[in-house]
Design a protein around this ligand. Structure first.
Ligand code: 1BO
Length: 272
């Protein structure tokens, strides 16, 4: 599988997102994904499924060091001592000795960012996370984080799909050697009915969702589509045997705007 490099972290280009997957269904889809060839699983404390992600990982029989596992610390655990304690709690739930990537899930202006990043770096220095990074950070927050963090940041994980223009965040990540990881990469399923993407896909015998994922990967973005269906798992993985033309890439990029965001909360930062 292709990998995306984020300050030395080798992040598989396609991963399984697990937001809103719970219980047995979550464990089963993680197991199936790994059996199909996925090598990147994304979870978070807030998803309430770290235990099941760990179960799926063990049930798959795939060796631990072949899988890239990401989890994220929730914002209420950003005070330094609490961050370390809650990272250990995540590892206990996953039944892992370390994760491949540990992220701050959302910015939290209530706790000084430098203190939170110091604690995150310390977790890495103890060997509990191979890489660290951030999620839902704007350009200004990326700049602040890079300046304050004693360790390199591997990525910013943000919502990104053809309907949302993220050019500024992509540029900031590239400037600092960070990867961009895209959540909701097929816009919560809306891409599947997109006629322009389906028309492009016809030329390559690919679906609209495959065109969309390919468009992300060709920009050096890692994408973590979520699905609970086996046939979709396979579809989302079959994007490495074709290449979109520059014209197709441009046409898809032109679909994005600032108003295409699907995930927003009262506690979100002021987006770029
Ligand atoms: C609250 C979850 C957003 C995507 O990780």
């Amino acid at each position: 599988m292709n990998v995306i490099n984020g300050n030395g972290a080798k992040i598989p280009a396609i991963g399984l997102g697990t937001w809103e997957l719970r219980g047995r269904a979550c464990a089963r889809i993680v197991e199936q994904a790994l059996r199909l060839g996925y090598r990147h699983i994304d979870t978070a404390q807030a998803y309430d499924n770290e235990r099941e992600v760990g179960e799926g990982l063990r049930a798959s029989g795939v060796k631990r060091d072949e899988v890239f596992v990401t989890t994220k610390i929730w914002t209420t655990h950003f005070a330094p001592n609490d961050l370390e304690r809650s990272a250990k709690e995540s590892l206990a739930k996953l039944r892992l000795t370390e994760v491949d990537l540990l992220l701050l899930h959302w910015p939290n202006p209530q706790v000084p960012l430098s203190e939170t990043l110091g604690a995150l770096a310390h977790v890495k220095q103890q060997g509990l996370a191979r890489n660290i990074g951030v999620s839902n950070f704007t350009v200004a927050l990326i700049e602040e984080a890079v300046a304050a963090c004693p360790e390199p940041l591997a990525c910013d994980q943000v919502e990104y799909h053809p309907y949302l223009d993220q050019a500024k965040v992509i540029e900031a990540c590239a400037r600092h050697g960070m990867a961009l990881v895209a959540y909701s990469p097929i816009a919560k399923g809306r891409i599947k009915g997109d006629r322009a993407l389906a028309r492009i896909g016809d030329r390559y015998r690919k679906t609209a969702a495959q065109v969309c994922l390919r468009w992300l990967v060709q920009q050096n973005v890692s994408a973590i589509p979520r699905t609970s269906r086996l046939e979709r798992l396979q579809e989302n993985l079959n994007i490495f045997d074709f290449e979109l033309s520059e014209e197709d890439m441009r046409e898809i990029s032109a679909m994005g705007s600032a108003s295409g965001r699907l995930t927003d909360f009262g506690f979100a930062p002021k987006w770029d």
